[in-house]
Structure formats: C-alpha cells, structure tokens
Design a protein around this ligand. Structure first.
Ligand code: AKG
Ligand code: FE2
Length: 198
C-alpha cells in the first residue's frame, strides 16, 4: 500500500457541531481476520444487565472493559481487567494513527443482526469536557447512526472490517450515536472504543 495515499490517513468527515474522522484500515502487522479471531477468543466477554426506565434488561450484546480505571454507565460499574498484549498493541496503533492517548477500552461483541446499541452519548464526567473516542471495528459491517440532539438530523456511516472512526470536539455534547438491529443475516462484529478516563 502507498503510505501516502488517502487510504492511509484519517479523513475528516464534514459534520456540524463536532468532529469525525475515518481511517479505512488501521495499519497493523496482523490481518483483520487474525485480530478478529484473537479478540473473540482472548476477551473475557460478559453478558451484563442494565436498568433502563426502572426495568432490568440483559444488554443486546456482549461487553468487556480493559484498562486502568473503572467505568460506570446505565447504573453498571465495570472494574477493569489489565490490557492483554493484543489490546496494548491495538492501543499503540490507534494512538499513532490519531495522535491522542488512551488508558481504557470498551469492547462490544454484536453476535448477529439482533444485537444492537441504543442511541447515547459518551459524555460521562470522567471522560472530560471534549472526550476523544477512537472506535475500531472488526468483522461484519454495521451501520453507525448519529442523530443531532436539537435538529434531529441523522447521519449514517457503514463501519467495515478494520475501520477506525475518531470522534472528538463537541460531538458527544451535540450528537447521539448507536447501532440499530438489522433483519439482514449477518455475522459477528467486534467494536473497540478507546477512551481516556481522567
Ligand atoms: O459499536 C459501535 O460502533 C459503537 C460503540 C459505542 O458507541 C460505544 O461503545 O460507546
Ligand atoms: Fe458510544
């Protein structure tokens, strides 16, 4: 691959009230398929329940939390596991590609089209005022939906195997994002969101 081609650089995605950029493939000395298989096998996947509007539900996906700090969302407190060598390697590559530091990663395993993530912002206080969130995807392509909090404008991005999406600036303040269920027969997708917990 030509290292100076557009494919090797983060490309800004024009959007109002926030910053988004996409890198087609995070450069690594491993194939996407190897990363996918190892993440699937080596991760301590959990199937947690959360309380939404006073009712307890199993989350429609599997999750895991690695890094240096605990993390609380939807009434669920996650204690961190130490990053595996593969996660540390991915973090290093994501730091080099984005120019930001990360000390934690949330992994999500969407087992099939029925798994999803509700619309939310990653705006927990421990992420700071302008969180930098680097989202790395492997496996099946899923549509990432953004909805502006005031105008309700919707932006859809297909996130494919090896894609890295960087969310920065005031994006979390002004937009919600999530992954809808799909009736299409599709395989598993893994997503890793690297974060800095202060
Ligand atoms: O799976 C995705 O692309 C989104 C994950 C996400 O929004 C999160 O982990 O906060
Ligand atoms: Fe998120």
């Amino acid at each position: 691959m030509d290292l100076f081609s557009d494919e090797a650089q983060l490309q800004a995605i024009p959007i109002e009230d926030g910053e988004l950029a996409l890198l087609h493939r995070l450069p690594l000395p491993l194939s996407n398929a190897e990363v996918f298989e190892r993440l699937l096998q080596e991760t301590a996947w959990r199937h947690d329940s959360v309380v939404v509007y006073g009712k307890r539900h199993l989350q429609p996906r599997l999750t895991a939390w690695y890094g240096e700090a605990s993390y609380t969302y939807s009434g669920l407190r996650l204690e961190p596991l130490p990053m595996t060598p593969l996660l540390a390697q991915l973090r290093g590559a994501v730091e080099a590609a984005t120019g930001h530091r990360y000390n934690s990663v949330l992994l999500n395993h969407y087992r099939n089209g029925q798994d999803s993530m509700g619309m939310h912002s990653d705006d927990e206080p421990e992420l700071g005022p302008h969180p930098v969130i680097a989202s790395l995807s492997y496996g099946a392509t899923r549509t990432f939906i953004l909805r502006h909090k005031r105008s309700k404008r919707t932006v859809k991005l297909d996130l494919a195997d090896g894609n890295l999406l960087l969310m920065t600036g005031s994006l979390q303040e002004n937009w919600l994002h999530g992954i809808n269920k799909t009736a299409k027969p599709i395989g598993s997708r893994l997503n890793l969101t690297f974060r800095y917990i202060g």
